[in-house]
Design a binder for this molecule. Structure first.
Ligand code: FAD
Length: 460
């Protein structure tokens, strides 16, 4: 049946020899297939092309271009701005391309362009190997890696993109290319933070590291303790070994056995400590924080892949987030940070994070287009709520939190942590000189800006 101005004959032509599946508005699976993580995004593409391999992708790109349809590329669908979905266009949906193969001897893994972090971690865990990934299991490996990739292991092993060995992608003209240090090196450079601007990634190869278990401790306090806890955490992280990750946060206390009833459902302040290694060593390293005298705590050593899905954010909520990157957290910043927590929508899955960087993140290659990597701290207001009537309040909280801490910001920002905030912020995300260099790569591989549903590098 005709779909939004695209004729039956054209759709039949696209479908002939298409190995994956085409989903149209009248199909029963359409609403599921167009749903992304952020429930505030409600767009209706003309066609969702669930691709099975590079030939399907090349066909879908050609079809979109020939019919003047906007092209969206979907990995895990986690972009807060809904960049994986288009109104009236075609979605190149990669979720079927999620296979992961591990070479334990070489300590490498190959992963399809639609792999989620959970797919990846579950495949590498049996070999006691891992790579830095996002903090939840449902995020797409592609969007995460192409933007940089930040997670609990980053202070030990660097950003996800620091561990990239090669990338295969289908470009705007339908060609399949491989990029690595020794093949299309400028394109390979651009794929270390430049996002989905250059083509549709069908496969990544990553370097893996020996990781079997991770030990975590989640400590919670009444929110009034926030400033003192934040200071202690800041000072603790100043000398913490690279194996320590985590963050200082405000959240709604969850209904877990270890949380006292008086705290459940209310604003709480917390410290999450992670350690790449066993519980005995972790206890020793965490000691200054464990001895602070928390309201409640949970600590355990878990297989890395299990820990990675332990903190999965729930789907179906309306999302709005932003971030500022700081070189230092003076007391004044901490004070303002804690005050902002009071304005957060509670109860809700919203969180206000202060995340440490440093370690291997700051030692990574300085020329990649991720200039935020040298900052020591990240302020990440992460708004999630269920009711559309809270949209204005939730967004205002995020924007005002950002504005409050802006005077201390380095100005660089990890674009995966923000939505659409204007072209100036995109340039700030890459750095001006990197932006110009990325634009030259864009002119070579996507001169007509076919791939523009992203933090866009404009070819002109
Ligand atoms: P999508 O929305 O599918 O895609 C995002 C962008 O990447 C789009 O522009 C899309 O076109 C492009 N893209 C996707 N797949 C491909 C592909 N195969 N080829 C080319 N382009 C592609 N980020 C972190 O770094 N660390 C975290 O800990 C973290 N936690 C998160 C937790 C949650 C609950 C959520 C929702 C997001 C989190 N993020 C985190 C942010 C996340 O990295 C970005 O939203 C990222 O863009 C998601 O990638 P995706 O493939 O899931 O998203």
């Amino acid at each position: 049946m005709e779909s939004d101005g695209v004729s039956d004959a054209a759709l039949a032509d696209l479908g002939a020899g298409f190995d994956g599946a085409l989903i149209l508005p009248e199909d029963p699976g359409y609403d599921d297939a167009r749903t992304v993580f952020n429930a505030a995004i409600d767009r209706r593409p003309a066609v969702i092309a669930q691709c099975a391999g590079p030939p399907d992708i090349a066909r879908a790109i050609r079809f979109g271009r020939e019919h003047g349809l906007e092209i969206a590329v979907r990995g895990g669908g986690h972009s807060v701005a809904g960049m994986a979905i288009t109104e009236g266009g075609i979605v190149i949906d990669l979720r079927r391309m999620n296979s992961v193969s591990v070479d334990p001897a070489a300590r490498t893994a190959r992963a399809g362009g639609g792999t989620t972090m959970g797919d990846f971690d579950r495949a590498t865990q049996p070999y006691a190997l891992a790579c830095t990934g996002g903090r939840v299991s449902t995020t797409g490996l592609a969007g995460l890696t192409l933007g940089g990739g930040s997670g609990w292991l980053e202070r030990t092993f660097g950003l996800t993109c620091d561990n990239l060995l090669s990338v295969t992608l289908v470009t705007a003209d339908g060609s399949t290319l491989r990029a690595a240090e020794d093949e299309n090196p400028e394109l390979f450079w651009a794929l270390h933070g430049g996002g989905g601007n250059f083509g549709v990634v069908t496969e990544f190869t990553f370097r893996l590291h020996p990781v079997s278990t991770i030990t975590f401790a989640l400590l919670l306090w009444e929110p009034a303790a926030g400033f003192d806890v934040g200071r202690a955490y800041r000072d603790f992280m100043a000398t913490a070994p690279d194996e320590v990750g985590g963050g200082f946060l405000f959240c709604t206390a969850p209904p877990e056995d270890f949380v006292p009833e008086s705290l459940v459902g209310h604003l709480a302040c917390g410290v999450l400590l992670t350690y790449v290694g066993g519980e005995e060593a972790a206890r020793e390293v965490f000691r200054p924080m464990l001895e602070l005298g928390h309201a409640c705590a949970e600590m355990a050593e878990l297989p890395y892949a299990d820990f990675q899905c332990a903190l999965d954010d729930p789907p179906g909520f309306r999302n709005y987030w932003s971030a500022e990157y700081l070189d230092a957290v003076p007391d004044e910043v901490l004070k303002r940070f804690c005050e902002r927590a009071d304005q957060m929508i509670t109860p809700s899955p919203s969180q206000l994070y202060l995340l440490p960087q440093g370690g291997a993140v700051s030692r990574g290659r300085a020329d990649y287009p991720v200039p935020w990597r040298t900052a020591s701290w990240v302020v990440h207001p992460y708004g999630m709520w269920s009711d559309a009537t809270d949209d204005e309040r939730g967004r205002r909280w995020v924007q005002e939190t950002r504005a409050e801490l802006r005077p201390w910001s380095t100005g660089a920002v990890y674009l995966n942590f923000i939505g659409h905030e204007g072209q100036e912020r995109v340039v700030a995300g890459f750095g001006r000189a990197n932006y110009e260099r990325l634009a030259a790569v864009k002119r070579q591989y996507d001169p007509e800006n076919v791939f523009h549903l992203n933090h866009n590098v404009r070819p002109q």
